[in-house]
Design a protein around this ligand. Sequence first.
Ligand code: LRH
Ligand code: MN
Ligand code: MN
Length: 426
Amino acid sequence: MKITPDKISDFNKNQGDSYVAELDFLKNRCAKQDVSIDDIVSKVADFQVAVPSWALGAGGTRFGRFSYGGEPASLEQKLDDIGILHALTRSAGAVSLHIPWDIPKDIKAIKEVAASHEIAFDAMNSNTFQNQDGAEASYKFGSLGNIRKDSRNYAIQHNLEVIKIGKELGSKSLTVWLADGANFPGQANFQTALQNTENSLKSIYNGLPEDWKMFIEYKPYEPNFYSTIIQDWGTSFMLANACGERAYTLVDLGHHLPNTNIEQIVATLMFKGKLGGFHFNDSKYGDDDLTVGAIKPYALFLIFNELVYGMQNNPQNPNLAWMIDASHNTKDPLEDLLQSLEAILIAYAQALLVDQESLKVAQQENDVVKCQEILQDAYRTDVRPVLKAAREKSGAAINPLQVYRSFGVRDALIKERGSQTKATGL
Ligand code: LRH
Ligand code: MN
Ligand code: MN
């Protein structure tokens, strides 16, 4: 299934979307403040989010997995699927691989497929939360923080192997997420576990190429339900500092206890130049991995407001590695990802609309009401015409989801790959 630029531009033309008038309305409105809509359109058009290789199949839960049909059976097919997303949106120009789910058999061939879709290799993810067939040491009681040296060393070697594969593909970063922790009090010594984790991370960091970054992802619980070694941003930040300059914290939106002020964490990390990566999803209860913006769009906007502020004011913080980390078992995975991309760009565009100058003045005057008005004025603006303009500008579909359905993409994939498919992943 190949979606060509010609097919997209024909569809765009025939559809006659009225977004231009809506955009003009927005332009007039913004002329009153010091915000340029053309500038926002360009920024939105440039924004690229990596798609994780494990989100292209219908996700399972521990209670079951239901095939959606037409799911990718190989890494090549996963790249083809991201190619579809990228052709439709021009904002999904990268993939984030999970090893060993996606070990490339033929690096050269994989690079060619990725290049044919203009897809770059973003952060590599290691996996030390599952034992693989024939494993020489077990991760049952942890990996980098395991009390046993053989398991720790095995996990370190795995991470170094992931770096090696990533180097061949052209990736420039490694994301480490550990499931390590304990299910019951007394099971592990907190300090020993933390010390082991720090030492292991340092060993991996020592094997990191000069031009690579390491991202340390945190999560409060699951699969361990009493304690997790890297449970929060503070622990991740501490470990990143212990490793060195090229180690950073990675924020996954679903990895917080209810009501955590994530935007404040973002601001703190960017202020310290230590926010490296970002996993987008949404949640109601825990690490639900729901479609971005499906549950708490205002929270997402507030987070983007801090991200935008940080990108404009914190040169000490590097460019961020953006990734969607959402998958579910009841939606077409590609439609789900299109919805996530849309929600990310909406929140980004709304955050770019915030009148930063007026906000600064209102804060200086402690005008609390005005501060809230300024933020909510941006949040309540319908920025969808901005996204449409950005997409048309970059050769994408004005309405990606509509084009996806009109082109019958899922049916074509089912015809090609079968109706009882299963992709590697969770
Ligand atoms: C852990 C996590 C992490 C993994 C992915 C599969 O919950 O967010 O990023 O790599 O899910
Ligand atoms: Mn994640
Ligand atoms: Mn997660």
